[in-house]
Design a protein around this ligand. Structure first.
Ligand code: AMP
Length: 401
């Protein structure tokens, strides 16, 4: 369905046309009537499916710009997502009088306070920590909030954030609409999600727990000491447009960066330990393709829209299926193809079995498949002597043809 078939104001249609948005994505088409009608909603859609605009378009449409008050509140788990969400709302609202503003940690609070006190803001996009600071400072009023949105809702409802979210939502005293958007919703979070909603509609455009088909899933089984050499070999053998390399901890990001920076010219790293200015500058460079390789912790794993990423590498095996989905969802976005490449070591095997089963992933093994029961001790000895990264036998024979 085209946006022009909706009853959208002409100015919003103009912005969408400028952005090149003509056809609605499936999640936009499914959620628009529900959001517009004012119903609560729990929506699940694959990462990169157009969730931000699905929320932002009806939200902007609902705001009354003549009323100088915050009318829409968007909560997101990371600063980068906050900026990205804000940028999308800004573009869609650029032809209207609706004013969005983003508040997040790591940025001068005094400037944010001055803006909120002195200027009109209709839609506030925020990370929970900074928003709570501002609520304690008494400079925010939610008296006119019509709609609260939790983006990456499952992350916001996890233990570390849950109390903050409950507190923030409890500050909206009157009846309002609540929208939860996420790519994943583990069972233990579903109940919490339900507690935030009133008679919600549920829309799910993810085939339950399966990985998106736009991504090919490669795995390599090797000893941790071999990973460095094998990563370089893999990347050199691939046609990489941009690659995002995930580690499980900040110190791993630092150490991997220092060990491979000499092998790749246009590489940088990012994690939550860097200053906000540095984080924003690196994200900006990566998004505008001034960097080809980015080593990152999971601050880059959720929701961020990097359209040019062709490869996602799991240097460290992800903690669970959700983390795998969020990381690999940085590639293969909006119908493009992408490749995920995950290192597996011996102690990751139980997690690997669970991942493949729960996400219904058909793995492509580069080298030995550690789950193959036909690996006899003799095979294993033979494999040990060979270089660890072989193409699959079928591909190898193709190559020699
Ligand atoms: P999101 O899932 O919100 O991160 O969006 C993923 C990407 O899809 C972003 O680059 C958006 O700019 C783009 N996008 C969202 N909606 C549309 C649309 N209707 N037509 C074309 N591109 C879109």
């Amino acid at each position: 369905m085209k946006f022009s078939e909706l009853d959208l104001p002409a100015n919003i249609l103009r912005s969408l046309a400028k952005m090149g948005y003509e056809e609605m994505t499936p999640i936009q088409e499914a959620t628009y009537p529900v959001i517009f009608a004012g119903q609560d909603l729990c929506a699940l859609a694959e990462t990169g499916s157009g969730k931000t605009a699905a929320c932002a378009i009806p939200l902007i449409q609902k705001v009354d710009p003549a009323l100088n008050a915050i009318q829409g509140l968007v909560l997101v788990p990371t600063r980068e997502l906050c900026m990205q969400y804000m940028a999308e709302i800004e573009k869609i609202a650029s032809t209207t009088h609706v004013i969005p503003y983003a508040v997040y940690g790591g940025f001068d609070k005094k400037i944010q306070i001055a803006k909120l006190k002195q200027e009109e803001v209709h839609i506030l996009v925020a990370t929970p920590g900074r928003l709570i600071d501002l609520l304690y400072d008494g400079i925010l009023s939610f008296a006119q909030v019509k709609c609260a949105i939790l983006d990456e809702a499952d992350e916001l409802l996890k233990v570390g954030f849950l109390e903050d979210i409950e507190f923030i939502l409890s500050c909206i005293l009157h009846e309002h609409q609540t929208l939860l958007f996420s790519a994943t919703m583990p069972d233990d979070i579903k109940k919490l999600a339900h507690d935030c909603l009133r008679d919600p509609r549920h829309i799910s455009l993810v085939t339950e727990r399966t990985a998106p088909e736009s991504i090919e899933h490669y795995f390599a089984y090797c000893h941790p000491k071999q990973k460095h050499t094998e990563l370089i070999r893999y990347l050199e053998g691939e046609d990489v447009n941009q690659a995002l390399i995930f580690c499980n901890a900040r110190h791993m990001v630092d150490s991997l960066f220092h060990s491979i920076r000499k092998d790749f010219k246009d590489i940088d790293y990012m994690h939550a330990g860097l200053s906000q200015d540095k984080r924003s500058s690196i994200i900006g460079k990566f998004r505008s393709e001034k960097l080809r390789y980015l080593i990152a912790s999971d601050v880059a794993g959720r929701g961020l829209d990097f359209s040019h990423v062709s490869h996602v590498i799991n240097w460290d095996f992800p903690r669970d299926g959700e983390q795998y989905t969020h990381r690999t969802g940085r590639t293969g976005r909006m119908g493009r193809k992408g490749k995920a490449f995950t290192f597996v070591s011996k102690h990751d095997l139980p997690g690997l079995r669970k991942l493949l089963r729960s996400r219904k992933i058909t793995p492509c093994w580069i080298g030995k498949d550690p789950l193959c029961e036909n690996n006899t001790p003799q095979d294993r000895r033979t494999q040990k002597r060979k270089r660890p990264f072989r193409l699959n036998p079928a591909e190898e024979s193709k190559k020699t043809e």
